[in-house]
Design a protein around this ligand. Structure first.
Ligand code: NAD
Length: 324
């Protein structure tokens, strides 16, 4: 009998085609994520599900699944899934590491440049018809070259950002649970305490995953340690930052600016307090959003679902103890 797979949103066609070669595939065609009652109903009979970070796969949803063997998450982060519960139920969870590393690092670097050099502010200034003449003091920003970059979480994306920063002649500090010798050797990165990183960095970029230990790791105490010229970049997950404390730090000038791809609660609307601040650049969680990368993610998520269902061990398994 053919396997059954549910896909919670339209993903690039190549991924869907791959799934359809091996399974009966049902796709949620909605523009928004499937409501929970639909998810609960659809997960009941399927062998595999391809999920997005907007699908909360918790105990209750997993409790409805009768045949589920694999969850292929279309993201490297998997904080939307109750991994312990999936493991307890013998369900394999996979993610899409590596294929989105460079694209996400590109966006983090783009945000650094956009905030530091007033790209969005400058664009607004021109469009609003404010440009009168070349001015010696117009829209002065912060250099990227020779500035100090503090990377929180020197994993795949953190190291890809360090490579870019090294090319721009930045001084690189990092904070991680591990010593990342490759980054120290190749990019002259120096491991420091979180406190030191916060105190001396011009740019601070967050690349740690969302876990109980990283949730709210940057709050008012941490903002108070930062330089008033500091610019915070977050392309990791919104919940690593206490957003109310961030807004206060930006309003009071405790720090100079922020570039954000991720938010405490997504999406944010145009009345969100962050939208009133001139010194932030906001983008709608597009870290991995390039044609090329999203196709690779679709193929990887689909591939690991098929591998699991055909008795192979997917390389990108998040809870390998299920197959031990
Ligand atoms: P990774 O696992 O390779 O790297 C994470 C690093 O963080 C590791 O070196 C780890 O040791 C470190 N870390 C973990 N807990 C820490 C802590 N408490 N303090 C300091 N360091 C800690 O992951 P990655 O592939 O580089 O991805 C990082 C995160 O980026 C993902 O978990 C995901 O949430 C996010 N992400 C976002 C987008 C986007 O669209 N904005 C795209 C891809 C990834």
């Amino acid at each position: 009998m053919m396997h059954k797979i549910y896909v919670t949103r339209k993903i690039p066609q190549q991924g869907l085609d791959l799934l359809k070669r091996y399974a009966e595939v049902k796709i949620w065609e909605g523009e928004l994520p499937p409501p929970r009652d639909i998810l609960r109903k659809e997960i009941r009979e399927v062998d595999g599900i391809l999920t997005l970070l907007t699908d909360r796969i918790d105990k209750e949803i997993l409790g409805a699944a009768k045949n589920l063997k694999v969850i292929g998450n279309y993201a490297v982060g998997f904080d939307n899934i109750d991994i312990d519960e999936a493991t307890r139920r013998g369900i394999v969870v996979t993610n899409t590491p590596g294929v989105l590393t460079e694209t996400t690092a590109d966006l983090a670097f783009a945000l650094m440049m956009a905030v530091g050099r007033n790209i969005v502010r400058g664009d607004r200034y021109v469009r609003e018809g404010n440009w009168k003449t070349w001015e010696p003091m117009l829209l002065l920003g912060m250099d990227i070259n020779e500035a100090t970059l503090g990377i929180i979480g020197m994993g795949r994306i953190g190291q890809a950002l360090a490579r870019r920063a090294f090319g721009f002649n930045m001084r690189i500090l990092y904070y991680d649970e591990y010593n990342i010798q490759e980054a120290e050797r190749s990019f002259n990165a120096k491991k420091v305490s979180l406190e030191e990183l916060l105190q001396v960095s011009d740019y601070i970029s967050i690349h740690a995953p969302l876990t109980p230990s990283t949730r709210n790791m940057i709050g008012s105490k941490e903002f108070s340690m930062m330089r008033k010229e500091a610019i915070l970049i977050n392309t990791s997950r919104g919940l690593l930052v206490d957003e109310a404390a961030l807004i206060e730090a930006l309003e009071r000038g405790t720090i100079a600016g922020a570039g954000l791809d991720v938010f405490q609660e997504e999406p944010i609307g145009k009345d969100h307090p962050l939208c009133r601040l001139p010194n932030v650049v906001l983008v709608p969680h597009i870290g991995s959003a390039s044609y090329h990368t999203r196709t690779k993610m679709a193929l990887m998520a689909a591939g690991s679902i098929i591998e699991t269902l055909t008795g192979k061990r997917p390389e990108n398994i998040v809870n390998p103890e299920v197959l031990a």
